[in-house]
Design a protein around this ligand. Structure first.
Ligand code: PMP
Length: 305
C-alpha cells in the first residue's frame, strides 16, 4: 500500500504518499498504544460526503483521552484534514483512516517525553466482507479467543492494541474457511465481530449486546438504532448467548467498513432461512439510503468535502 501516488495528511500538512514514513523506534510500533478511526465517504447526489464525520472525530478524541494521549490538533483541524485528504486524492467515495500515535523520541513503557502525531489517509475500498456477502450473507465462526475484558484493555477506545485480539480471531476464522469471527466476552456472552458490532432478529424484534460485553460503541450500530426507531422496529440491548444466534430468525454485522452485512451461518448452523432476512434487508436499504444522501432527515450526518 505504501508505493502509490497520492497525498497523506501528516502532522498538519499534505505529504506525498510514498514519503509518509515514521521511524522504526516509534513508541506505538513497540508497545501498541495508539488510536484510530475508520470513516467512509460516499458519492451522494450532492457530491462526495463524509458520513458522521463529527462523531468519528469525537470518538478519536475520546479514544486518545482514554489512552491519555493529547492530540496536538483541534477537532476542527482533524475534520478539515479528512475533507482535505478526500479532495487531494480526488476520491468520489472512499474509506478514511485517521490514526494518532506516540513518536520516536524515546522508548520504555512510559510514553512521557514523546510527541503525539496524527495522520489521515484515504483510499477507495469496496464492500469489506464482499459484494456477495452484502446480498447473501456471510459465514461466521465463534472464536476460540475471548473478547477483551472491560478492565484489561479499554474497550471504548478504538485502540491499536485492541486489534491483535481481532487479528487472531479473524485469522482463525479465515483459516477454518469462514468469512469472519464472532467473539464472546469473558463471561461467555456475545460481544462483537473482529471489526463489527452484531445484531440478531427474533420474532420481529432486533437485539444487540449492550456495551458492557466489551463491544465498541459503533457509529453504524448507533445508526441502526435510529433506523429501527424510524421503521417502528423494537430494539433491545441486552446480554446475548451464542445459541440465541443459532435459533434467531436473522443476524447481521454492522461497521463502517462492513456497513450492514447479513450473517447466514454461525458455526455451521444456518440462521433462519440461511440468507439475508427481510428485516435485515429493510435496515440495510435504510442504511444505504442514509449514507448515500437519499434520506433528508439525516442530511446533517453527511459533510460535503
Ligand atoms: N467493533 C469493532 C471491533 C470495530 O473495529 C468496528 C469498526 N470500527 C466496529 C465494532 C464498528 O464500529 P463503527 O460502526 O463505528 O465502524
Amino acid at each position: 500500500m505504501a508505493d502509490r501516488d497520492g497525498k497523506i495528511w501528516m502532522d498538519g500538512e499534505l505529504v506525498d504518499w510514498r514519503d509518509a514514513k515514521i521511524h522504526v523506534l516509534t513508541h506505538t510500533l513497540h508497545y501498541g498504544c495508539g488510536a484510530f478511526e475508520g470513516v467512509r465517504a460516499y458519492n451522494t447526489a450532492g457530491g462526495t460526503a463524509i458520513f458522521r464525520l463529527q462523531e468519528h472525530t469525537e470518538r478519536l478524541f475520546n479514544s486518545a483521552k482514554i489512552l491519555r494521549m493529547a492530540i496536538p490538533f483541534s477537532k476542527e483541524q482533524v475534520n478539515e484534514a479528512q475533507k482535505q485528504v478526500v479532495r487531494a486524492n480526488k476520491l468520489e467515495s472512499c474509506y478514511l483512516r485517521p490514526l494518532t500515535w506516540i513518536g520516536s523520541q524515546k522508548l520504555g513503557v512510559s510514553p512521557k517525553g514523546n510527541k503525539i502525531h496524527l495522520m489521515v489517509a484515504a483510499w477507495a475500498w469496496g464492500a469489506y466482507l464482499g459484494e456477495e456477502g452484502l446480498k447473501k450473507g456471510i459465514r461466521v465462526k465463534t472464536s476460540s479467543y475471548t473478547r477483551h475484558h472491560v478492565n484489561i484493555t479499554m474497550t471504548q477506545a478504538k485502540a491499536v492494541s485492541n486489534y491483535s485480539n481481532s487479528i487472531l480471531a479473524n485469522m482463525e476464522a479465515l483459516d477454518d474457511g469462514y468469512d469472519e469471527a464472532l467473539l464472546l466476552d469473558s463471561s461467555g456472552f456475545v460481544s462483537e465481530g473482529a471489526g463489527e458490532n452484531v445484531f440478531v432478529v427474533k420474532d420481529g424484534v432486533v437485539y444487540t449486546p449492550d456495551l458492557s460485553a466489551g463491544a465498541l460503541n459503533g457509529i453504524t450500530r448507533n445508526t441502526v438504532l435510529h433506523i429501527c426507531k424510524d421503521l417502528g422496529i423494537e430494539l433491545v440491548q441486552k446480554r446475548i448467548t451464542r445459541d440465541e444466534i443459532y435459533i434467531a430468525d436473522e443476524a447481521f454485522f454492522t461497521g463502517t467498513a462492513a456497513e450492514v452485512t447479513p450473517i447466514r451461518e454461525l458455526d455451521r448452523v444456518e440462521i433462519g432461512a440461511g440468507s439475508r432476512g427481510p428485516v435485515t434487508e429493510k435496515i440495510q436499504n435504510a442504511f444505504f439510503d442514509i449514507v448515500n444522501g437519499r434520506n433528508p432527515k439525516y442530511a446533517h450526518w453527511l459533510t460535503k468535502v
